[in-house]
Design a protein around this ligand. Structure first.
Ligand SMILES: Nc1nc2c(ncn2[C@@H]2O[C@H](COP(=O)(O)OP(=O)(O)OP(=O)(O)O)[C@@H](O)[C@H]2O)c(=O)[nH]1
Ligand SMILES: [Mg+2]
Length: 383
């Protein structure tokens, strides 16, 4: 039990103090009027001495509890301070601390924070790279799908947006700058060269029909294809059907005289033997024939179905023929037209015609740039 005496001026004051200090369970045991101590006390108003008691230790328990709460609050405050210090340390990137204990724990904390930060950065990089890869993959997948030679991927990507939606538009711009179309009239001596079976003779027949029957030009035909059985007859048949002058050249020397003999024609179309670009001897022999013809135009005929790897070999092999234009054949035999880009990109020569079937003379066209772009990009097909 707690017993406490209060010297107060009024009972009101006594009650307030007792309630505050001992709580509402305290009881007043006694009260009496007293004088203020000393001489002055005789003249001053009387005071009241109140004795109060608290039966159980409630107030003490309360006080103790409050003290405990104070302690834990202090501890929390310390903890908070420590955390704030660590935070500050991390921000400043320094490891100066006041107490050893704090130093140890803050070192561990900042290590942990650093590790978490590194992991976050790593994760971000992975996420970023993954999404970039995905975007890259989209454009790569697209280029693969339309059969662009893989060796051009890097160059194309460098000049195109990583955003696939914009990539296609950028790629179209590249195509627009690379594709050249030769739409000038075919006049003079025109030689067609190219690998075996790409459609040289058929193309000559198509051109002859177009020039003679539609454009009403005087057309003469020459063949130096004496190598393959039936090759002469093939063109001779077309010449007869279209009633066109036709000459067969058997030796290099004969070329000049044959061309001379047809000099009255507006256009002389010269067919050649299909040669493998890998056979340098044959290519050199062909060059001798071509040189003797003194051509105004030499067109390299290439099939749109040629494998990417072969395109480069053919173009390099035929370089010495000094071709100045390209004819791309058999576009009706493929569903992807990336080959057109691969040919144009490597050859860097204008396309003069594309052929789209076996029909003479119909299946030949002067392409537009827009058409070739749409074919390459897959927005159009040839049925
Ligand atoms: N589908 C399709 N076939 C074509 C096209 N052009 C030619 N051909 C066919 O391809 C085959 C070979 O054609 P040619 O004109 O004989 O080829 P070439 O280049 O003269 O052959 P060589 O003289 O042996 O080197 C023939 O069956 C033609 O009908 C075309 O644009 N589309
Ligand atoms: Mg032929």
């Amino acid at each position: 039990m707690i017993i406490k005496k209060y010297t107060v001026k009024s009972m009101n004051e006594a009650l307030t103090r007792i309630r505050y200090e001992l709580g509402k369970d305290a009881i007043i045991i006694s009260q009496r009027k007293i004088k203020s101590p000393g001489f002055k006390g005789y003249f001053s108003p009387k005071l009241i001495e109140v004795t109060a008691a608290l039966e159980n230790n409630k107030k003490a328990v309360k006080a103790e509890k409050e003290e405990e709460e104070d302690e834990s609050f202090k501890e929390s405050l310390e903890g908070l301070k420590k955390l704030m210090d660590i935070e500050e340390l991390n921000n400043k990137d320094t490891l100066s601390v006041k107490s050893k204990e704090l130093e140890k724990s803050s070192e561990e904390d900042s290590k942990l924070t650093e590790e978490v930060r590194e992991m976050k950065e790593l994760l971000n990089k992975v996420i970023k790279n993954t999404s970039k890869e995905e975007e890259k993959d989209l454009s790569v997948e697209f280029m693969k799908e339309i059969d662009i030679n893989e060796k051009y991927f890097k160059e194309i990507k460098q000049n195109c947006s990583e955003d696939f939606d914009i990539f296609k538009e950028d790629f179209k711009k590249i195509l627009n700058s690379k594709i050249q179309i030769n739409s000038e009239d075919l006049l003079g001596r025109v030689v067609l060269v190219g690998p075996t079976g790409v459609g040289k003779t058929t193309t000559i027949a198509k051109l002859a029909g177009r020039l003679a029957l539609i454009e009403k030009k005087k057309v003469g035909l020459i063949t130096i294809d004496t190598y393959r059985i039936g090759a002469v007859d093939q063109l001779k048949t077309y010449a007869e059907i279209m009633n066109l002058p036709f000459k067969v050249v058997n030796t290099i020397k004969e070329m000049e005289s044959s061309v001379e003999a047809l000099s009255y024609c507006d256009v002389i179309l010269i067919d050649t033997t299909g040669r493998s670009s890998k056979n340098t001897m044959q290519i050199s022999e062909l060059r001798a024939y071509v040189q003797n013809a003194k051509p105004d135009h030499t067109a390299l005929v290439l099939s749109g179905t040629t494998k990417n790897r072969d395109i480069d070999t053919i173009l390099s092999g035929y370089e010495e023929l000094k071709y100045d234009k390209i004819i791309i054949t058999k576009l009706d035999e493929t569903t992807v037209y990336g080959g057109i880009f691969n040919i144009i990109n490597k050859a860097n020569k204008p396309v003069s015609f594309i052929t789209t079937g076996q029909n003479v003379p119909d299946d030949i066209k002067v392409p537009t740039k827009d058409r070739l772009i749409k074919l390459i990009i897959g927005e159009e097909t040839i049925c």
